[in-house]
Design a protein around this ligand. Sequence first.
Ligand code: ADP
Ligand code: AMP
Length: 224
Amino acid sequence: MSSTHPVYLVFIGPPGAGKGTQAAMLEKELGLKQVSSGDLFRENLKNQTELGLLAKSYMDQGNLVPDEVTIRMVQDRLQRPDCARGVIFDGFPRTLQQASALDAMLTAQGSKIDLAPVLTVADDALMARLTGRRVCRQCGATYHVLFNPPQADGVCDACGGELYQRSDDSVETVHNRLFVYYKQTAPLIGYYYAHGLAVFIDGGQSIELVKEALLGAIQTAAST
Ligand code: ADP
Ligand code: AMP
């Protein structure tokens, strides 16, 4: 995306909607940086930081980490130079308080959110996607045992790393994560709709078709 100002996209959607998959594909294509709050928490946990250990108790249950720590973590991440050309937010914001904090952060630097694509997917498909998800321990690439399998079982195509199943991708935790999404995060759809930023994408299509639909919506927004 050639833009004179940094571009900020917010991907909204339930867990398993394909936010991470699409953000990883589009970051190169659009020259933006993917910022995933879930990945930042998992990185902190891997490094056994205080923040990681605090987040773990919430993540294990499928509940949201408190706004204050989440907002501070994302704010710090945005200061890094790789975010200068713009960002695809994936999994953040997840509450109305996070959304207004993000608006304030961007306003303070003379920017704003350009578009909030909402990926819609039926709950039964989400359950199948999440329980079959596999993630690379080394580079974080995401696969699915049936819908997006790696070439060799259990091995990352991109870096050769080992694939693992996230502990919160169990049936019970997914049920709670969906509950939390509809209760705490879905209100953001109204928030962004009211700001004229929401655009609805059928996330139930193939990975390739979702990508095309997203690119179309982003290009339309950029040209208006
Ligand atoms: P999110 O980041 O929204 O939680 P992911 O991008 O991690 O979701 O996708 C969840 C799972 O579904 C992954 O295993 C991924 O490979 C798979 N997936 C993503 N998009 C699609 C799609 N359009 N069709 C089928 N499976 C998909
Ligand atoms: P994700 O990788 O987006 O599926 O997130 C995994 C878990 O990290 C969630 O279930 C939450 O516990 C936590 N998390 C990620 N992003 C946020 C956020 N923006 N606000 C609060 N908790 C979050």
